[in-house]
Design a protein around this ligand. Structure first.
Ligand code: PGA
Length: 252
């Protein structure tokens, strides 16, 4: 049985004061049953959040890192090795906002994926189609292509220590959620694609759904057989809402 996982992607939100209030509000999730919970603040807030949650079961992740591990002359970047020292456990890679606004292509995504694992952390690879691509019935091509690019670069065995998040771009921050059936269809296709390369890795792979997850739709989404949890943006900024989503993912 795969464990459930819920990750809260805070994106570029939060002041010192706001973040400390949010963290205080999340303490009730300590020891939540049947679900692993990760919060993903900005890089500047990460050390403080990691320290505040150190004695709890909640984990901390980062939204991005450099495409190489270790230390080198690379102005403005933070490596996975450095993040690991602060107790970071997961790193997002391939989020559609970074693909679209910062030009991160499959080659960069694959490099970052490898660098995250080199630093001893778990990459959360985000894949998803735009509305135009869905309307053109290209969803499986696009999502499969994003996934295959990384499998080809790093090998399928690397997915034994990775998470994949299916996030339809048209559902992110829009209030439009994929129906549980739409999401399940793509999750099953992602797992089938991995299964072609390695059945064992496919069975163990945690697949998260992301895109306007909220307390009101979480249980239905997480009830689908290939949806193992969620990657939550907007709703993760509200401690009560996020806690309810995490509880909905708990399978006991
Ligand atoms: P959303 O964002 O929950 O606000 O739609 C999800 C994400 O971008 O990870």
């Amino acid at each position: 049985m795969r464990r459930s996982l819920v990750a809260g992607n805070w994106k570029m939100h939060g002041s010192l004061q706001g973040v400390s209030a949010l963290v205080a509000g999340l303490k009730g999730l300590d020891g939540a049953v049947g679900v692993d919970v990760v919060v993903i603040p900005t890089l500047v807030h990460l050390p403080g959040v990691a320290e505040a949650l150190a004695a709890t079961s909640l984990m901390v992740g980062a939204q991005t890192c450099a495409p190489v591990a270790g230390e080198k002359a690379l102005t403005g970047e933070v490596s996975s090795t450095q993040l690991a020292e602060f107790g970071c456990r997961y790193v997002l890679v391939g989020h559609s906002e970074r693909r679209a606004l910062l030009g991160e292509d499959d080659a960069v995504v694959a490099k970052k994926f490898a660098a995250i694992q080199e630093g001893g952390m778990i990459p959360v690879l985000c894949v998803g189609e735009t509305r135009e691509e869905r309307e053109a019935e290209r969803t499986l091509d696009v999502v499969g292509g994003q996934l295959k690019a990384v499998i080809d670069a790093v090998g399928v065995a690397a997915f034994a220590k990775a998470v994949v998040a299916y996030e339809p771009v048209w559902a992110i921050g829009t209030g439009l959620t994929a129906t549980p059936e739409q999401a399940q269809e793509i999750h099953a296709a992602i797992r089938a694609l991995v299964r072609e390369a390695d059945a064992g890795v496919a069975e163990g792979l945690q697949l998260l759904y992301g895109g306007s997850v909220k307390a009101a739709n979480a249980a239905e989404l997480f009830g689908m057989p290939d949806i193992d949890g969620g990657l939550v943006g907007g709703a993760s900024l509200n401690a009560e809402e996020f806690s309810a989503i995490c509880r909905a993912a708990g399978r006991g």
